[in-house]
Design a protein around this ligand. Structure first.
Ligand code: BG6
Ligand code: MG
Length: 214
């Protein structure tokens, strides 16, 4: 029986992917690095540090630790400027209502986000109160696709893995859920998220019955 839902944040609760894209793009332009939408797709669900690693690899280049720190800080500063635009109107379709339904049904709600900015984003959306447990990139050492974050959130919720379902928009997140022994609902395309038990085109199609029958 499913007693808890663990939500990814970026691309599930709100659409911050474009802001991540624009921030990496700005940094890449300044530094003469190649960066495009296709590469950005591969950064979904990937931590900030690992994202930079992938961009550098794509450009066949490496950086000193000091430079890496500088790039990561600059990218995040650009991203924080974009985050200022988020308001309580910026939930993805149907998500606020779905959170309300889960809460009214006594289903526990957790967040399992690869972002270090997760709490700020939830605050901007005025969504913090929905979550019984908030897990982000500060909560565990190993980022998705490692199972650590979802295992941490389930434990804090007081639930076993098979009592939890993960909702994710990125392949590393689906992998992390499965590694953690949890079923996963993918939001997006079947081509990318085909390993999930269920794939929905949009958050608008999330329903309690889907979770109960998974
Ligand atoms: C994930 C996003 O949720 O968080 C990634 O899908 C992002 O694109 C990662 O790189 C880390 O985010 P932040 O806010 O810590 O830079
Ligand atoms: Mg995501």
């Amino acid at each position: 029986m499913i007693k808890g839902i663990i939500f990814d944040l970026d691309g599930v609760i709100t659409d911050t992917a474009e802001f991540h894209y624009l921030s990496w793009k700005q940094l890449s332009n300044e530094e003469g690095l190649k960066f495009d939408k296709l590469l950005n797709e591969q950064l979904k669900g990937v931590s900030r540090n690992k994202s930079l690693d992938r961009i550098l690899k794509h450009n066949n280049t490496t950086l000193s630790e000091t430079k890496q720190k500088d790039y990561l800080e600059r990218k995040n500063n650009y991203y924080l400027q974009y985050l200022k635009k988020i308001t309580q109107k910026d939930y993805l379709p149907g998500i606020k209502n779905f959170l309300q339904v889960l809460q009214a049904s006594n289903i526990k709600i957790g967040l399992g986000s690869a972002s270090k900015n997760a709490i700020s984003v939830l605050e901007k959306l005025e969504a913090t109160h929905f979550f019984d447990v908030i897990g982000d990139d500060n909560s565990v050492k190993n980022a998705k696709p490692a199972p650590d974050l979802f295992q941490y959130v389930a434990k804090e919720l007081g639930l076993t893995p098979n009592e939890c379902v993960v909702i994710e928009d990125a392949a590393p997140g689906i992998e992390a859920a499965h590694e953690a022994g949890m079923k996963a609902i993918g939001i997006g395309s079947k081509e990318i998220l085909g390993n999930a038990e269920i794939v929905l085109e949009s958050t608008n199609f999330l329903k309690l019955e889907i979770i109960q029958n998974i």
